[in-house]
Ligand binder design. Structure first.
Ligand code: SAM
Length: 241
């Protein structure tokens, strides 16, 4: 049993979300081992970029949401940097969440697609390697922006579809492993939720296989603001009309 958490509603857990929850309940006991492997193979650069954005924002009493916290890897790194943050950890999988029991903070079982928080509840929201596992990444990011207080920041990493046939062919086995074993769909440009403006940035690594994005509270995500990305390795400067 997970102490100190609220249960997700049956509606939140219905449909495709149920499948994802079952996948992560099953892999929870060995997840940290695979995470380590993923970082060594592909994820380390994006996660370093995420931490570089996040750590300077951590101060005593900063209200931080770790959405899709899993076993708490990102929460642990944030707490190591500033133990006094006000941390909330949310995940769909009770088995993953149970592995954060040693961490100080609030634990909630729930869905990023319907966050159980009032508007403006957090100063910082982070989500590492999660939006590629949800049924509606754009809704997930919209929800994360909703719960930020004015001036807050949202930082997230995810698996993305690499650029060009060579990188796609070279990463096919890895992508198949993540898709089948961890319910993660590598997001293409069209399904990448972000907002290109002065207070946001998008960084892509490993030929586009991983992405890190930081957004501010001015941001909204939707088809009208996706990047044109003529050269997807470069930060786009314009928005789609
Ligand atoms: C690949 S793991 C990443 C875990 C953690 N953020 C990390 O960096 O190791 C994806 C996590 O997202 C959770 N998840 C998937 N869909 C979710 C949703 N709709 N709401 C909340 N958590 C979700 C899964 O249960 C799983 O723990």
């Amino acid at each position: 049993m997970v102490p100190n958490h609220l249960r997700a509603t049956p509606e939140q857990l219905a449909g495709p979300s149920t499948d994802v929850r079952i996948v992560y309940d099953r892999v929870a006991s060995s997840y940290d081992h695979f995470r380590e492997l993923w970082l060594r193979i592909a994820g380390a650069d994006a996660e370093r970029a995420m931490l570089a954005d996040v750590v300077p924002l951590l101060h005593p009493a900063t209200r931080v949401l770790d959405a899709g916290c899993g076993t708490g890897a990102m929460s642990r790194q944030m707490l190591a940097s500033c133990p006094q943050i006000g941390l909330t950890m949310l995940d769909l999988s009770p088995e993953m969440l149970a592995r954060t029991a040693d961490l100080p903070g609030t634990r909630l079982e729930g869905s990023m697609l319907e966050l159980p928080f009032a508007d403006g509840s957090f100063d910082l929201a982070v989500s590492a390697w999660v939006i590629e596992t949800v049924t509606d990444p754009q809704l997930a990011v919209t929800e994360l922006l909703r719960v930020l207080a004015p001036g807050g920041r949202l930082v997230y990493t995810f698996c993305s579809l690499p650029d060009g046939w060579f990188s796609r062919a070279g990463s096919a086995l890895l992508r198949a492993g993540v898709e089948h074993g961890f319910a993660g769909e590598f997001l293409d440009e069209e399904h990448t939720p972000w907002h290109d403006c002065g207070s946001s940035h998008r960084r892509r690594f490993r030929g586009g296989l991983t992405t890190e994005i930081a957004l501010g509270t001015c941001c909204t995500v939707g088809p009208g603001v996706l990047p044109t990305a003529a050269d997807p390795t470069e930060r786009s400067t314009g928005s789609r009309p």
